[in-house]
Design a protein around this ligand. Structure first.
Ligand code: ZN
Length: 192
């Protein structure tokens, strides 16, 4: 299904969870159905989220757009709110990826998530990079630099960003701030 169709379905029928059923998230779909899209709030948030990719296409994505959309798709996929709300507290508590993976598998035994470890690592990277950027903002830093792990096998996306600096004020994860994709281990440091 394309982004536009998905947005329209979310807008028209999101209150009864249609978009959740389409994504095969039947539990959430049912919850939306009986709570009128989480009392309208979940519905509204989902409409907004579904609208973003539509606008992005309309405004004409920049060069390497296929790759870029790929990043964004992965971002949305990996940041499934249910997954994040389960995993993030454990990441904040400093649990190892292994422990988190075990906890997830025992709580969701039916989950067929093959790249679970990567997704956990992604959420952690997302969390640590966004807190890093927030603290840079707080201490008035103007720029940050993107650093790649020495052992990090660089894909084309990360190669493009390696060593580059960006203004802290324009930092956006997945666009000019890591993680750029599942498995990305790039990180950010303050640029003096
Ligand atoms: Zn990377």
């Amino acid at each position: 299904m394309n982004d536009k169709a998905y947005f329209i379905i979310t807008l028209l029928f999101g209150w009864c969870g249609a978009h959740k059923f389409i994504q095969k998230k039947y539990g959430m779909g049912l919850l939306y159905l009986v709570t009128f899209g989480l009392f309208g709030l979940g519905w509204a948030a989902d409409c907004f989220r579904a609208l973003l990719p539509v606008l992005r296409h309309k405004n004409g994505a920049p060069a390497a757009s296929a790759q870029h959309d790929n990043i964004v798709d992965q971002l949305c996929l990996s940041l499934d709110p249910e997954f994040v709300s389960f995993v993030l507290p454990m990441i904040k508590a400093g649990l190892s990826w292994n422990r988190i993976e075990q906890a997830y598998r025992s709580s969701f035994p039916d989950s067929e998530c093959e790249d679970l470890a990567l997704r956990i690592q992604y959420v952690e990277s997302y969390y640590s990079n966004s807190t890093e950027i927030a603290s840079l903002k707080e201490c008035g830093a103007s720029k940050y630099r993107i650093i790649s792990m020495p052992d990090h096998e660089l894909c084309d996306i990360c190669k493009r960003f390696k060593g580059r600096t960006f203004p802290v004020s324009s930092a956006r994860i997945g666009y000019n701030c890591p993680p750029f994709h599942l498995g990305c281990r790039c990180t950010t440091v303050i640029e003096e």
